[in-house]
Design a protein around this ligand. Structure first.
Ligand code: HEC
Length: 165
């Protein structure tokens, strides 16, 4: 009996840990089953779905910028928002080659991607100049391009980004 009790506890602990981990990494296996990157390709290939790209790379780097600019950075602290802005500028390039949805093949999509990339590059420049007031303006302009794209294509969570403002 005592042994069964110990096993019961062990199974319960296992389940709790398992469920916690499952909750932590819900996206990767289930969502990406349709994407099979061509490992021989010598051009960029799609590896993750667009919503995961947004969550993992856009949103995370966006938070770097927001946190980095919460107050005027001093010295090397300018690096944190710069890393975020540079990463968003680069990763926005990938949106040109997305084909998950039909609207991603339209001129409007291309224009929205260009606007996002330009805003991220302008933010990079103002961060390199270590100009706080200008960087805050460029940061707001970048958020506007995020929201403009989400709104234009009526994406499912267009307001998610606004809470960062
Ligand atoms: C050119 C269009 C475009 C731009 C610019 C853009 N996004 Fe997105 N975003 C999308 C698309 C498309 C989706 C919806 C993906 C889906 O659900 O398939 C999305 C969804 C999201 C989501 C929700 C992801 C989820 O499923 O939980 C977040 C968060 C997000 N974007 C953050 C950002 C941030 C931050 C920026 C700006 C720095 C940004 N996006 C700029 C197209 C864009």
């Amino acid at each position: 009996m005592a042994k069964a009790g110990v096993y019961g506890v062990a199974v319960a602990v296992f389940l709790v840990i398992g469920l916690a981990l499952w909750d932590h990494f819900p996206a990767a296996s289930a969502k990406d089953k349709d994407i099979v990157p061509d490992l021989d390709a010598n051009v960029p290939v799609q590896i993750i779905e667009n919503d995961e790209l947004m969550k993992l790379l856009f949103d995370t780097n966006y938070v770097y910028i927001r946190n980095g600019l919460a107050e005027e950075p001093q010295g090397k602290k300018w690096r944190l928002p710069y890393i975020g802005a540079a990463a968003i500028a680069e990763v926005t390039n990938l949106l040109f080659s997305r084909e998950d949805e039909e609207y991603m093949l339209t001129d409007e999509w291309v224009a929205a991607v260009k606007a996002g990339r330009a805003a991220a590059i302008e933010l990079c420049d103002s961060l390199l100049e270590m100009d706080y007031e200008k960087s805050l303006k460029k940061y707001t302009a970048l958020v506007e391009t995020c929201n403009a794209c989400h709104e234009e294509f009526e994406l499912k969570e267009p307001t998610l980004v606004e809470e960062f403002l």
